[in-house]
Design a protein around this ligand. Structure first.
Ligand code: MN
Length: 211
């Protein structure tokens, strides 16, 4: 297991193939147009993770990375895809779908708990330990330290195994079609976030104030 570090793009040929890709992003914060994309992490499930770091003032021209993210023949695995899809669309200009979201899957089958964080899932389903110590660290600095690199990599390390286990449970409970419908909607949900509907549930009967 190796963590590979790259600046501004993946090298040509890396991560090519047809396997599902685990994807995560680190940003300066939770407001996508304000808080720039700093790191994209990717793994094809073979045991290695690739980190692509973007500098302040980056042009976000990453043809090798965007080519594999936009490849419609490869499923992208996320934990909370809604956020990552919006960040990738906004900064890199591609919709990184089709999607499997482990958080949505968890909410549809782990109805006995309200703990749907990645750390909770890895612990309960895989008996794996993920540290969340670096979750709110400064991803925009000139160097990513060892702890940040390890944290960033660990966020994509377990997504393939989680997808497999959650799929078994979704099928067991007869909810795979509900999950798939949600996954298929996530690109549109991310576009609604970018377009200004981030706080508004347009499926709800009433949204209170008109805006
Ligand atoms: Mn992360």
């Amino acid at each position: 297991m190796t963590v590979h570090f790259h600046e501004e793009d993946l090298p040509a040929g890396v991560l090519e193939g047809s396997s599902a890709l685990a994807v995560d992003t680190e940003t300066m914060g939770l407001v996508t147009p304000r808080d720039r994309l700093c790191v994209v992490q990717i793994s094809d499930g073979s045991g290695d993770e690739h980190l692509v770091r973007f500098s302040p003032g980056s042009e976000y021209e990453a043809p090798n990375l965007t080519k594999i993210l936009a490849d419609e023949s490869r499923v992208k695995l996320y934990h909370y895809a809604r956020f990552d899809l919006a960040a990738i669309q906004y900064y890199l200009g591609v919709m990184a779908a089709p999607v499997f979201c482990t958080k949505i899957a968890s909410k549809l089958v782990r109805t006995y708990t309200d703990r749907h964080g990645l750390k909770n899932l890895a612990g309960e389903l895989l008996n794996a330990e993920i540290s969340k110590q670096q979750q709110s660290s400064d991803w925009g600095g000139p160097e990513l330290n060892e702890a940040q690199r390890e944290y960033a990599a660990s966020d994509v390390r377990f997504l393939h195994a989680l997808r497999d286990e959650l799929t078994v449970r979704l099928e067991r409970e007869g909810r795979m079609h509900l999950a798939q419908g949600c996954f298929d909607f996530l690109p549109t949900r991310a576009l609604l976030d970018i377009a200004g509907w981030e706080d508004r549930d347009i499926f709800h009967h009433s949204n209170g104030t008109f805006a």
